[in-house]
Design a protein around this ligand. Structure first.
Ligand code: R5P
Length: 299
């Protein structure tokens, strides 16, 4: 824990109030209200109480649909510092711009790197949940601030064990192997992984492993992100063709892009459940308990 003489100040960016309340209660932190609105021309207005001298501040902002949220977050970080905050960090249950981690085509922007530079320039620390680490092994490869990654697997594992009968955990692609394994192992569940080839933002093709010895189990598709829904929808079609029951889908981050819910329904998914890293009707699995120790170490 850093050297703090007063309780931590938590500041919710718009839309992050429920998680901020839960964290404040568990951390014994003060909640400070941010007055945020837009001027008629669309620019942001922000105001904080002028009482942050020497305080340690944690902004709480999940960064799904980040292009609408970044200016207000960076303004809030700068404002807290202008008002005297000694340390300003970010609790960001969903960290965006991690997937463009290479140039898939010549000339593409490496947005993961630019985004990491922006956040690192304005903040002292970052706590996030299961960022999409695929080609990067750790956030330190692109972020220069102090960071901690919280794994949602224990919460997903607990939910599956309590809510699904005879589950078999299935990762829909090689990238999901890390989550499938981490979710299945603590509960002693069987698990398998499919192989995926992506043909565009919304189109994927999957190869299914031999699942014949797992007949009678309920498939639980586990992935880090649901965006277009294409990956999970395709996996569902294969499972149904192979004679399995309609799968339950459990994801860390439910981003739910346009038409994704419709796609999942048509594919035949039985139920979709996500963590509350993003506010969505499916966000049933709470993360505050898992976030607290990491915040206590960095704030
Ligand atoms: C793959 O890289 C990720 O682990 C997810 O499978 C992927 O991001 C899901 O995206 P979509 O819902 O668009 O298929």
């Amino acid at each position: 824990m850093t050297d703090r003489s007063q309780p931590l100040c938590l500041i919710a960016l718009p839309g992050n109030e429920p998680l901020t309340h839960a964290l404040a209660e568990q951390l014994g932190a003060d909640e400070v209200a941010l007055d945020y609105r837009r001027f008629p021309d669309g620019e942001s207005y922000l105001r904080l109480p002028d009482t942050l001298e020497d305080r340690h501040v944690a902004l709480v902002a999940s960064l799904d649909r980040p292009d609408d949220k970044i200016p207000s977050l960076l303004f809030a970080a700068d404002l807290a510092r202008d008002l005297g905050a000694a340390r300003v960090g970010l609790v960001c249950p969903y960290l965006s711009y991690m997937r463009q981690d290479t140039r898939f085509h010549p000339g593409e922007a490496l947005t993961s790197r630019s985004f990491a530079r922006w956040l690192s320039a304005h903040l002292d620390w970052l706590v996030t949940v299961d960022p999409h680490l695929h080609r990067y092994r750790s956030l330190d490869e692109i972020y220069t601030l102090d960071s901690e990654v919280v794994a949602a697997a224990p919460a997903l594992s607990e939910w599956i064990a309590a809510s699904v009968e005879r589950p078999v955990v299935i990762g829909p692609d090689g990238e999901s192997e890390q989550w499938a394994r981490a979710v299945a192992k603590p509960a002693g569940l069987p698990w398998r992984v499919m192989i995926k080839t992506r043909f565009g933002d919304r189109e994927v093709k999957l190869e299914v492993p031999d699942l014949s010895e797992l007949e009678g189990h309920t498939p639980v598709l586990v992935d880090d992100i649901i965006s277009s829904g294409g990956t999970v929808a395709e996996a569902t079609r294969h499972l149904l063709e192979a004679g399995f029951a309609a799968p339950v889908v459990v994801a860390v981050h439910g981003l739910f892009g346009d038409r994704s819910r419709e796609l999942l329904r048509h594919a035949g998914v039985a139920r979709v459940v996500c963590t509350n890293s993003v506010n969505a009707p499916e966000s049933e699995i709470g993360l505050s308990r898992l976030l607290v120790p990491a915040i206590e170490r960095l704030a």
